[in-house]
Write a protein that binds this ligand. Structure first.
Ligand SMILES: [Zn+2]
Length: 484
């Protein structure tokens, strides 16, 4: 069943790609083959519109009712329990300061130690402060226009299942990265001095709404970069193809993945980017600037983080075939519990330094989609995704598309004005060049480089600042990697 759907989707996609081409941006290559929802939406646009309007009407009719109905705004009490657990993990001030300094927050480390009641009599603290001051003095401000941004999709855990020759295999080979490759890439980048920063370090929004350049201070030899991952929904179409099935918070309060083994048993571990990076940073805290991790670009149509939180799973209206099948296979599905679990994971991730961006609710190609459709789409993100992940001022465009040319967003750009009016100030596309950073009084914009099978196979030389493809390449990939 699933394969047939994927086949149809792929067919629709090949047609639409053939028609629309890849003209605007040379390297727009998000995951077109997973955009069934967005692409098929063309045909269901009318009913779509109707349903949203109905849902909106419901909300307006009785806010009280609908909030309960959505199940999206509950579970605040359990959140408090989680906070208490986290508080117990407090380290002593010297350890805390050492971690802050390792992550280049020398001011924070110094302030923390100096604020201790016994600082004046504690020579260990005084000597640590002196060390931090010395290291801080070696730091220089890194040029913001020379900060690269790399991204991944969901990582492949089992290459035999991903590259089993079914209709999705080629797409995985082009757009995905294996866990083995990812680990080698991250190790190489760490060895070269790379440090994860956030776009929020590169540009800040002032109280008056204007934007200013940020400041990233690093010791010699350190190179800031931004990390992101797209589509961390564990879409239905990926079931059984060798990917993790969801993110969870384990009994230690750590974010891990669940993975469904061949025999149906469930393993918990580091099976995708988030827990892999969390573990890496525990061992190498200096890979993170001030505790920053990466940004997850999230759609909403299949839910988030492996949880089926979209409203369709509750209402049962307008379900896609694979969503219907999911509900049939899970008769005990509890929407409220699903939302609650997703919120718990999102909260734990944010506490670990992860950030969330919109990737549009329906994986929209913002260049090809009308402003009205984008407005409807963003409304759904705000209504069904933001209550779980939190509000965001970042949008990472699907398909690597963009709402304007590389030259910048002009004042007469309606799509830009719309997204700005909705609180988005940080915009990312996909661009093959090493650096693509624009910081104006109005917005932050950055291009992202895909570190996937396609890029590694066809343009290894474009990645040499990050890693050596010949040392990273997973030999279990079928070759040649299909062309675009
Ligand atoms: Zn995407």
């Amino acid at each position: 069943m699933r394969k047939r759907i994927a086949c149809v989707t792929a067919a629709i996609l090949s047609i639409s790609l053939g028609v629309s081409g890849c003209g605007l941006i040379p390297f727009e290559q998000d995951i077109p083959f997973l955009s069934s929802r967005a692409e098929n939406a063309e045909t269901e646009k009318k009913t779509e519109q109707q349903t949203i309007d109905e849902q909106d009407a419901d909300t307006e009719k009785s806010t009280e009712d609908t909030q309960q109905d959505d199940g999206l705004n509950e579970g605040e009490q359990t959140d408090n329990e989680d906070t208490e657990e986290a508080d117990e993990k407090q380290e002593n001030p010297m350890e805390q300061a050492a971690l802050m300094a390792a992550q280049y927050d020398y001011d924070g480390a110094i302030e923390l130690l100096k604020s201790q009641p016994d600082y004046e009599s504690n020579t260990d603290m005084q000597s640590a402060v002196s060390d931090y001051e010395n290291t801080k003095a070696t730091c220089t401000e890194y040029p913001l226009e020379q900060i690269t941004h790399v991204f991944f999709h969901t990582l492949i855990k089992d290459t035999a299942r991903a590259f089993d020759g079914d209709s999705d295999s080629n797409g995985y080979n082009q757009y995905m990265t294996t866990i083995d490759e990812f680990n080698k890439i991250i190790q190489s980048m760490y060895d070269k001095g790379y440090v994860m920063v956030s776009p929020h370090d590169m540009a800040v929004i002032n109280e008056d709404g204007t934007m200013s350049r940020g400041s990233i201070m690093l010791p010699p030899g350190k190179i800031p970069f931004v990390l992101s991952q797209d589509d961390v929904s564990y879409y239905h179409y990926m079931d059984g193809d060798g990917f993790a099935s969801k993110l969870v918070v384990d009994s230690n309060g750590e974010v891990k993945n669940e993975y469904i083994e061949d025999d149906g048993s469930v393993s918990t571990g580091d099976y995708d980017m988030v827990p892999l990076i969390d573990t890496f940073v525990k061992e190498h805290p200096d890979f993170s600037y001030h505790g920053r991790k990466g940004i997850l670009a999230m759609t909403g149509y299949d839910g988030v983080l492996g949880y089926r939180t979209d409203i369709a799973y509750k209402t049962g209206k307008k379900l896609q075939d694979d969503q219907k099948k999911f509900l049939e296979d899970h008769p005990d599905f509890n929407y409220k519990q699903e939302v609650k679990n997703a919120k718990k994971v999102a909260k734990a991730m944010k506490a670990e330094g992860w950030e969330f961006a919109s990737h549009t609710w329906g994986h929209k190609d913002v260049a090809a989609t009308s402003l009205d459709d984008l407005k409807r789409d963003d409304k759904k993100w705000k209504k069904y995704v933001a209550p779980i992940l939190g509000e965001t001022d970042m949008i990472i465009f699907a398909f690597g598309a963009d709402i304007g040319s590389w030259e910048g967003y002009s004042a007469d750009n309606e799509k830009y004005e719309f997204y700005k009016s909705q609180g988005y100030r940080y915009f990312c596309n996909v661009d093959s060049s090493q650096y693509f950073v624009q910081i104006t009084d109005d917005y932050f914009r950055q291009g992202r480089r895909n570190l996937d099978g396609y890029r590694m196979y066809y343009n290894p030389e474009m990645l040499s600042d990050l890693f050596d493809v010949s040392e990273v390449w997973d030999s279990s990939r079928p070759t040649p990697v299909p062309g675009m």
